[in-house]
Structure formats: structure tokens, C-alpha cells
Ligand binder design. Structure first.
Ligand code: XIL
Length: 766
């Protein structure tokens, strides 16, 4: 709420600065009648149709029909106060056991009524009410920012690794579309609020199982596992637990709470968050050596033993449930160290704890990947299971709500760049989770969609506010490709470029239903390949890290026609004509996933690639931004050589979120020979590349410049003059053709004799 509105509201409500209704009868007539007004809300646009009536005695009544989505609700307002040109009234709403007061105030402003509504601490919203229904009520667009095609369901994609879950108090107040979405994509559910103490057990002698029973029934109907949340917590826990009792009484209350709740769903819930958020925030080197427990009512009443007690009671109540300690920020810094101290103590004391929940409320661009990976390993080393229990990765800044330019919680659509950066973060997270799948039991998103999230306005989840999948969804499932065989009977679309190229093996461009998001260039007839002659592998990233190989298709096709398989990042349907989806952000991890995939194909006797691939000969290659993707994966031991085209590591970190975030240190990732193919001094990456070249002293490196600028020659027929140079390098490095080395080596090399090229070599000892 702005200061002005706040001041206005306070004046109205607190200073009681109203002229008495009777006195203002005449002037307040301007307020009577009907008004239309709209508010943005997490559940969509709400249209209010207010009716204000002021009787002869000056008493006012206000009611309204409120339309949100397809529902109309009638509201009678209370505490109506009317002044000369101002009015205030209150809506009382019941959510579960709690009553909320939503306060409205309106002030006449010409033909309009300026309305503010406020929800106590939650702040307020302003809107202008008019006499007529707005001509064209602001329509929420149902269109996604970018059309995302998904070809596998996340819960299936990870079914052999871990459960994929979501949080929500389903099914009440969720639409049919939302319920269908939840059941289709998620294998597990966590009640977001309905099993918390304040909801389920508002008073010592009062239990409220309506919502939690409904959730359990709904989840069972949809064969979803249920994770209970949460038994012992400092928040959302009513005070009665702690009031008027000694520590023994409070202990008994805790016991009785756990017995009743966990006991009620015994055998029906897979797991429970037994204790939530017991460790203090922040911390320092000193607290890192201790448990640094939060000074909660539980700690005050029962001391540090409260955790062990809670776990014991939970085990007794539901012996088969997997019991978790759950907390946020425990992956990093002193809080992580404290969590290890605490968990070790609990295990030593014989607390029946089975797992640790890392909540996972992170921000795009600031996800502590290394900490997360280490924390998972640390917890697993204690013999505990790990779950990511409340995952969301918020978008902030310009297109991401709360702290963005608009400083409001209005649901501005996220920008494509932000969505792509988020997708990249999610992909990195899931590649870590997958790597540690033996330790991880479940990954649960905290909400269903960007509408059903406590971080509303910050676009944190996999579906947008209109239930469309976001780039993050596609980037996560893309990681799981590779286990299925590419069979001959299931051949997808093929495209022919430049009559199949000039090489001895006519090439085609294709894709695989088992390798999403990648384009494959390869000889059409694979019969020529087998144990005698195998296809080396080329992994390719595009200029601008684009999601299509369109700019490089002549070049890549030409290479394939000489007996290579190229796995290029990009959508095949963007090869000839590009639309928005060609701008979706890509990630170097796709190259690694593609390598995993082709290695699996080579080993799978149902695959058309069975024993036709030389999986020991792999080039990481890419142009411009894609060149950085190639550098980024160069530390993978399976990579034989790196080819960087029109690219080089920037002198300082790139401000563009869409670029791999490399520093010159990453050049150490090279462990095989490296070729740079550049466009001469007019190439914007020239200085960066030359600087890379000067720094690399640990592997053979060749710098070849053709004065064509940053764009290279990829689009020219058969990829232009870059093609024979790239092929000579690949033939030399991946096919062991010593003849091809003559293109590069010695004073009389082919390129040294070619006045158009400038060549330099380093660290090559013959
Ligand atoms: C949040 C819910 O999402 C909100 O709807 C509610 O108003 C407050 O609690 N850590 C937890 C969750 O363990 O229970 C919290 O859920 C988010 C932080």
C-alpha cells in the first residue's frame, strides 16, 4: 500500500474523521448505486459489482457480486462507514478455522470511486471503480510467453530415479483442469497447509480433518503417494500448545497431537515432515559448530530434546512412515554445518529419523548448485535419505514480480529470457538430483503452477498461471533421454539439405523421439558402418545458444556426409523456418545428455546405431555462444577434442544470463587438442579467442583465422571455407588420419600456404 493510500485509509478508519452519516446525507448521494471494479488476485481477475445504498436515515449498506473465473460469490459487507465523499466497509471471510477481515475504502474522484482494499499485514491494492462495466475488461491472456512442446511427462521421465511431487490442498477450490494437471504430472502430493497444526488442530479439543481427509482420499484415488507436512513447527502452530502448562503438559500435548494426526493416516502416508525448520537463520563460524537451534516455543518448553521426542512419537504413531527433518537454506554455509551437528546428535540419541528434506526455495540466477550437491552427499553419508521437499525457483527483477520495477505483486508475464534462465537453473538442479538418485527419494515442487504458488507473481514453477508448460518443464525432461532404443520401425521425420552434402555418405537431418531437443545429422544409409568403420561423434552448440541449427545446417550436413554423426542442440522443426521456440534457451548439459544417449544407442542391440558409433571419439564443438557451451563441457573425460568457432571466453563474466557463465579458468577444462576457427580481427570474438590461445599451455592448440568476420561461412554452399578445415581437424583427431594433419602442421602446412588463412599452433610436439 502506498503511503498516500495508507494515510488515507488510516484517516478513514482510525482518526474517525467521518462526518456523521446523517450530516452527510446530501453529499454522500454521489456514492450510492452500483460500481464496477476489478482487482488482480492470485486466482485471477476478480470483478466486483458493488451496490451501495444509503437510506433516509443515512445508514448505508453495501453488498457485491464478485466474479472470479467462472464463479460468482455474493458478499454482504459489515462495518460500513460513510462520509461526505468517502466510504469504508469490511468483508469477513472464513478460511478453514480462521477469519480474515478484508477492508475496503473508497473515495469519490470525479466520476470514479478510488477503491483500496487491504488485508492487514499483507498490504493493499488500489483500483478505480466506475459506474459502467469496463468497456473491455482487461483480459488475461491465456497464451503462454512461449509455446513449449513436451513429449514426456515429468513423473514418468524420473520414475526410475525418484518421485516427482507437488504441494497443494487439493482437491477443494482447485478447478477440474488443475486437478487433471496435478494427477497427470505428479506422483506425490504434500498438503500445503491443511495438515499444519493451526489448520488441523486449532484448539486442544478441536480437530478439523475435513480438508486433510479429502486430500488423502483424492490422492489415493489418483494413486499418488502422500507426504505429511508438518507435525512440529514454530510457525502456523496455535498458542494453545504452549499456554498454561508445564513442560510435561506441553510434551503430552505434542505426543497427543502426533499420535492423533499421524495415527489417523497410519499406513496411508508414505512419509512425514516430523520437525520443520528447527535451526536458526544466518549463523557464523561459531554457531556452525553447534546446532544453533531456533529459539522457538518448542525449544523453550522442552529443550533440544523436543526433536528426538517428536521423532519417537511419530514412529510410534505410524511405524512404516519415512520420517524427515525438513528445513530451508540448510544446504549452505553455517546453517548447513549446524544441520550436520544436529542430525548426528539425533542419530546418536537414537531418534528414529530416516531422511532430510532440503526445502529448495531458490532464486533463478542464484541457485547454490555446488552447495546443494555437497549437502546431498553429506546427508547421504549419514545414512539418511534426502528429498527436495518444497522446490521453487523464483524469477525476480523486471519480469519477476515483487522486487521488479513495478514493485507490485501483479502478475506481469515473465520475459522469455527469464524463463529460459530459469529453465537452465532447473536443468542444472535436476542433473544434480539425477546424479544422486540413489540418495534422493522425492523431489516436490511447492505448488502446482505459477497461479497456485505462495510465490505468486514470481513465476517459480513448471506451469504458468494458465497451466501451460514452461521452458523449465522441457529442459528438465530433456535430461532423461537416452534409455530407449531408437528402433528402425519408428523412424521420425527426415530433412535433406543440399542433396545430402558432398561427402561419400549422403547425409540426412533427423531427430529421435528418445532424444528431445536435439537435431541429428548423419549418413542416411547406416549399413556402411559397423565394427570396421564407426561414426565418430560431434556435439554441436549454436550461435546465440539458439534452439536450432538452422544457421549452421549446410556446414553440419557437409561434415555428416563425410562419415560423422552430429548431435546438434535444436529443434528439427525450426530447421527451415524459425519461430519463437528457436529462441528458447539451451544448455550445454543437453550436449552431455546427447552423448549419454548415443553411447546407450551404440550398446543397445535394438537400436539402429547398435555398434556403429565410435563412442571413444567425440568432438565438443560450437559457434559463438555455442562455442562456450563446447568449452563448458570439455572437462568430460569422454571428449577427445574441442573445436571453438567464432568464440572465446569473455574477459569478465557475461552479463547475459543466456550465455554460459565462464571465466578464463574454464580453459583448464580442455584435456585434448583444441582448434579455434575464427573470423579474423573483425570477428567480435577475435580478442577473446586470441587471449584464450595465449593462455592455453597445457594442451595442443591451433588458431585458424579466415577474415570473414563473426558470422563465419556456415551458410555458404556446403558450409563454405570452414568445412574443409573443420573436416581436416576431425579426420585427424577423431579418425586418426595423419594426412589430415598436414592442413595444420609445419611451415608448409596447407593453411600456412593459403594466403586467406592465418594459422598459429602451440604445444604441438611431433
Ligand atoms: C507456506 C504455504 O505455501 C503458504 O500457503 C502459507 O501461507 C505459509 O506456508 N516452508 C514450509 C511451508 O515448510 O509449510 C511453507 O508453506 C513455506 C515455507
Amino acid at each position: 500500500m502506498s503511503f498516500k493510500t495508507l494515510a488515507f485509509f488510516c484517516c478513514l478508519a482510525l482518526c474517525a474523521g467521518f462526518t456523521l452519516a446523517q450530516e452527510s446525507k446530501q453529499s454522500s448521494e454521489g456514492l450510492t448505486g452500483t460500481w464496477y471494479c476489478q482487482f488482480e488476485s492470485p486466482v485471477g481477475l476478480q470483478t466486483y459489482h458493488f451496490h451501495i445504498a444509503i437510506d433516509g436515515a443515512g445508514d448505508a449498506t453495501v453488498n457485491a457480486e464478485v466474479k472470479a473465473r467462472d464463479e460468482v460469490r455474493k458478499v454482504e459487507f459489515v462495518d460500513v462507514k460513510v462520509g461526505e465523499d468517502a466510504i469504508s466497509f469490511v468483508e469477513v471471510r472464513q478460511f478453514g478455522e480462521r477469519e480474515f477481515r478484508i477492508e475496503y475504502s473508497g473515495k469519490l474522484n470525479g466520476k470514479e470511486l478510488a477503491v483500496t482494499r487491504s488485508f492487514g499485514e499483507r498490504g493493499g491494492q488500489d483500483a478505480l471503480a466506475t459506474r459502467d462495466l469496463p468497456q473491455s475488461p482487461p483480459q488475461e491472456s491465456l497464451q503462454p510467453v512461449v509455446e513449449v512442446k513436451i513429449d514426456r511427462i515429468i513423473k514418468d521421465a524420473f520414475k526410475d530415479a525418484f518421485l516427482i511431487g507437488m504441494a497443494g490442498d487439493l482437491p477443494s477450490r482447485y478447478s477440474d483442469v488443475e486437478l487433471k494437471l496435478a494427477a497427470e504430472h505428479f506422483a506425490a502430493i504434500t498438503p500445503e497447509n491443511c495438515m499444519k497444526p493451526e489448520r488441523v488442530h486449532p484448539a486442544e479439543d478441536r480437530w478439523n480433518f475435513e480438508s486433510s481427509d479429502a486430500l488423502v482420499e483424492w490422492a489415493q484415488m489418483h494413486k499418488m503417494t502422500i507426504h505429511g507436512h508438518t507435525l512440529v513447527w514454530h510457525a502456523q502452530t496455535p498458542n494453545w500448545f504452549f499456554e498454561g502448562g508445564d513442560s510435561e503438559t506441553i510434551k503430552q500435548r505434542m505426543k497427543q497431537h502426533i499420535e492423533t494426526l499421524a495415527g489417523r493416516y497410519k499406513g496411508q502416508l508414505q512419509s512425514w515432515d516430523v520437525v520443520n525448520e528447527a535451526i536458526s537463520d544466518g549463523g557464523n563460524a561459531e554457531t556452525a559448530k553447534t546446532e544453533n537451534l531456533r529459539n522457538s516455543n518448542w525449544l523453550q518448553a522442552l529443550g533440544p530434546e523436543f526433536l528426538t521426542l517428536a521423532f519417537k512419537y511419530a514412529r510410534e504413531a505410524d511405524p512404516d512412515a519415512v520420517l524427515y527433518y525438513n528445513d530451508y537454506n540448510i544446504e549452505s554455509g553455517p546453517k548447513h554445518a549446524s544441520s550436520m551437528v544436529l542430525l548426528k546428535r539425533l542419530l546418536d540419541e537414537g531418534a528414529p529419523i530416516d531422511g532430510v528434506g532440503i526445502q529448495g526455495h531458490w532464486r533463478s540466477g542464484r541457485v547454490p548448485f555446488d552447495d546443494i550437491e555437497k549437502a546431498i552427499a553429506d546427508y547421504a553419508s549419514l545414512g539418511l535419505k534426502v528429498s527436495i521437499t518444497e522446490l521453487d525457483v523464483t524469477i525476480r527483477g523486471e519480469s519477476g514480480g515483487q522486487f521488479g520495477r513495478r514493485q507490485s505483486r501483479s502478475n506481469t508475464p515473465a520475459s522469455l529470457d527469464d524463463l529460459n534462465a530459469q529453465a537452465e537453473d532447473y536443468a542444472k538442479l535436476f542433473s544434480i538430483f539425477k546424479k544422486h538418485e540413489d540418495a534422493i527419494e522425492r523431489v516436490t515442487f511447492w505448488g502446482l503452477s505459477d497461479r497456485r504458488t505462495w510465490r505468486w507473481g514470481q513465476h517459480p514453477l513448471l506451469f504458468d498461471a494458465n497451466n501451460n508448460p514452461k521452458p523449465a518443464y522441457a529442459s528438465i525432461v530433456a535430461l532423461t533421454r537416452g534409455d530407449e532404443a531408437e528402433s528402425a520401425t519408428n523412424q521420425p521425420k527426415k530433412v535433406e539439405i543440399e542433396d545430402g552434402g558432398q561427402g561419400p555418405y549422403s547425409a540426412i537431418v533427423t531427430e529421435s523421439p528418445t532424444l528431445s531437443g536435439m537435431t541429428i545429422y548423419r549418413p542416411e544409409d547406416l549399413n556402411a558402418f559397423g565394427t570396421e568403420q564407426r561414426l565418430p561423434v560431434l556435439l554441436w552448440g549454436n550461435g546465440a545458444c539458439a534452439n536450432t541449427t538452422e544457421e549452421h545446417k549446410n556446414f553440419l550436413n557437409e561434415i555428416a556426409s563425410h562419415g560423422y554423426i552430429v548431435l546438434g542442440i535444436g529443434l528439427l522443426d525450426q530447421l527451415q523456418q524459425r519461430d519463437e521456440s528457436s529462441r528458447q534457451r539451451t544448455n550445454s548439459s543437453q550436449l552431455i545428455a546427447a552423448l549419454d544417449w548415443i553411447i546407450a544407442q551404440d550398446a543397445n542391440d535394438n537400436s539402429i546405431y547398435f555398434e556403429k558409433i565410435d563412442t571413444t571419439k567425440v568432438a565438443a564443438m560450437g559457434m559463438s555462444c555455442g562455442g562456450l557451451q563446447a568449452i563448458e563441457i570439455s572437462d568430460d573425460p569422454r571428449i577427445t577434442t574441442t573445436v571453438v568457432c567464432n568464440s572465446g571466453v569473455l574477459p569478465s563474466r557475461s552479463p547475459m544470463a543466456s550465455m554460459p557463465d565462464l571465466t578464463k579458468d574454464d580453459l583448464k577444462k580442455f584435456h585434448g587438442p583444441v582448434l579455434y576457427i575464427m573470423g579474423g580481427p573483425s570477428d567480435i570474438a577475435y580478442n577473446n579467442a586470441m587471449d584464450d590461445f595465449s593462455r592455453v599451455d597445457h594442451v595442443p592448440i591451433v588458431m585458424a583465422n579466415l577474415d570473414v568476420g563473426h558470422g563465419g561461412t556456415y551458410r555458404r554452399p556446403h558450409g563454405g571455407k570452414y568445412s574443409p578445415v573443420a573436416l581436416a581437424w576431425l579426420d585427424w583427431q577423431l579418425k586418426g588420419k595423419q594426412d589430415a594433419a598436414k592442413t595444420f602442421l609445419g611451415e608448409n602446412s596447407q593453411l600456412a600456404n593459403d594466403y586467406e588463412w592465418k594459422i598459429e599452433t602451440k604445444n604441438i610436439h611431433q
